[in-house]
Ligand binder design. Structure first.
Ligand SMILES: [Zn+2]
Length: 200
C-alpha cells in the first residue's frame, strides 16, 4: 500500500525524519509485510502508512476529489486502491501488528504537522490497534453531509430551503428598518409637538 506515485514521498521522509529525531528506530517499506507499510517500528509492533489523499481516497478531503473527465475510470481505479488498503490493514492487524494511517493533507502545515507527530507518538506508546490521523470519524461525518448535499435527491430541497431562509431573513431586516424609521418619525414628531405646544 505504499504510495502509488513513487515509494518515497517528501512528506513520508519528513515523518521518518521527525520520528528519528524523537529517538524512534524503524524500517521502511517492508516488503515482507502486507501492503509494504511505509514505516515499521518492530519494537512497538507498529506500522505506519502515509497516504496520499487522492490515490487512497481520503474521505471528505478536498484533495481527494475525482476529476470530472474520465470520472468512471478514476472512480474504479480508486475503488480498487481502497479495497486493497482495507484488506492489507486487516491482514496486518490479524498478524498482530498495529496500524496507523496518516493522511498527507494533515502534514502539510507546520502546525498540524507537530500536532500529528504528538498524536502519532501517543498512539505508538499506547495499546491501540488502529489509528487514523486526522480522525476518520470527523471526515466520515463531513463526507456524509456533503454526500447528502451532492446527491440529486437532496440538492433541490436544500437550495429551496436555503432560498426560503434567505428571503425570511431579508424580510425581517426590512421590517426592522421600517420599524426603526417609523419610531424615529414618531419621536421627531413628538419633539416638535412638545416644543410647539409646551414651550415652558
Ligand atoms: Zn486529505
Amino acid at each position: 500500500m505504499a504510495n502509488v506515485h513513487g515509494k518515497d514521498t517528501i512528506i513520508e521522509r519528513q515523518v521518518r525524519s521527525l520520528l528519528h529525531k524523537k529517538g524512534y528506530r524503524f524500517r521502511k517499506h517492508v516488503a515482507g509485510l502486507p501492503g509494504s507499510p511505509d514505516i515499521v517500528l518492530p519494537k512497538h509492533q507498529a506500522t505506519i502508512f502515509v497516504h496520499g489523499c487522492f490515490w487512497h481516497g481520503h474521505t471528505g478531503c478536498r484533495k481527494s476529489r475525482l476529476p470530472t473527465t474520465r470520472y468512471a475510470f478514476w472512480e474504479e481505479k480508486r475503488k480498487a486502491n481502497l479495497e486493497r488498503d482495507a484488506r492489507k490493514i486487516s491482514e496486518l492487524i490479524n498478524k498482530g501488528w498495529r496500524v496507523a494511517v496518516v493522511w498527507q493533507c494533515i502534514l502539510e502545515s507546520s502546525e498540524t504537522l507537530s500536532t500529528t507527530m504528538n498524536t502519532l507518538e501517543n498512539w505508538l506508546n499506547s495499546e491501540s490497534k488502529h489509528c487514523e490521523i486526522p480522525d476518520g470519524m470527523r471526515h466520515r461525518r463531513i463526507n456524509s453531509i456533503s454526500h447528502h448535499i451532492d446527491s440529486k435527491v437532496f440538492t433541490l430541497p436544500f437550495i429551496l430551503l436555503y432560498t426560503e431562509v434567505s428571503l425570511v431573513l431579508a424580510s425581517l431586516v426590512k421590517r426592522a428598518v421600517c420599524i426603526r424609521a417609523s419610531l424615529r418619525g414618531l419621536y421627531s414628531f413628538a419633539s416638535v409637538g412638545r416644543q410647539f405646544w409646551l414651550p415652558f
